[in-house]
Design a protein around this ligand. Structure first.
Ligand SMILES: [Zn+2]
Length: 186
């Protein structure tokens, strides 16, 4: 497996630890977005896309973020210590959505992204620089024909009639419509 493309969006505020977002493409066919490039004490590192963990409200069952003091739905007071602690005793508030499962793969992603990040910083000094991160990823093969999701209507519709005394009943309208429009078709 190979990383065939990296797209990066650099943050403008470089005082922030978050230096940018990026997407990576594996083998020209699978894209993972929303990786983060974060400035650490030993240089930049890559964080995998993640989601905020939630817990259920004991009163109404709604999902709330683990740090929430009150339920968003019913306002009930939530337990303070819902988060699972990691080895260092820090609350685990996020879970990775996509991630490597061995250090070889993690190193491969890390090295490639960081080297692209350096190159992107160079490119960003160009006044015409545009980030490609938000570009759409296009399918290689375009569908041959336009695909309709609904069948075409086979019958002509009668005009809408406002409700009133003279409006024809559905039972009456049906045959006359066919007489008018459908005779040749059926
Ligand atoms: Zn609740």
């Amino acid at each position: 497996m190979e990383i065939t493309e990296v797209r990066i969006k650099l943050m403008e505020d470089t005082d922030d630890r978050l230096q940018g977002f990026c997407s990576i493409t594996f083998d020209d066919c699978f894209v993972v977005r929303d990786l983060k490039i974060i400035e650490g004490s030993n240089g930049p590192f890559v964080a995998m896309p993640s989601r905020k963990l939630t817990g259920h409200c004991p009163k109404c069952g709604c999902k709330n973020h683990l740090r929430a003091a009150f339920c968003n739905q019913c306002g009930a007071r939530l337990k303070e210590d819902q988060a699972v602690k990691d080895q260092d005793g820090r609350a685990k508030l996020y879970a990775d959505i996509a991630h490597p499962i061995n250090s070889t793969c993690r190193e491969m992603i890390q090295q490639r992204v960081i080297s692209e990040y350096r190159a992107e910083q160079e490119r960003a000094t160009d006044p015409d620089y545009v980030s490609r991160y938000d570009d759409y990823y296009e399918y290689e093969e375009k569908p041959a024909t336009k695909v309709h999701t609904e069948p075409a209507e086979t019958e002509l519709r009668p005009p809408h009639t406002p409700p009133g005394k003279n409006a024809p009943q559905k039972e009456q309208a049906e045959p006359s419509r066919k007489d008018d429009f459908g005779a040749g078709i059926f």
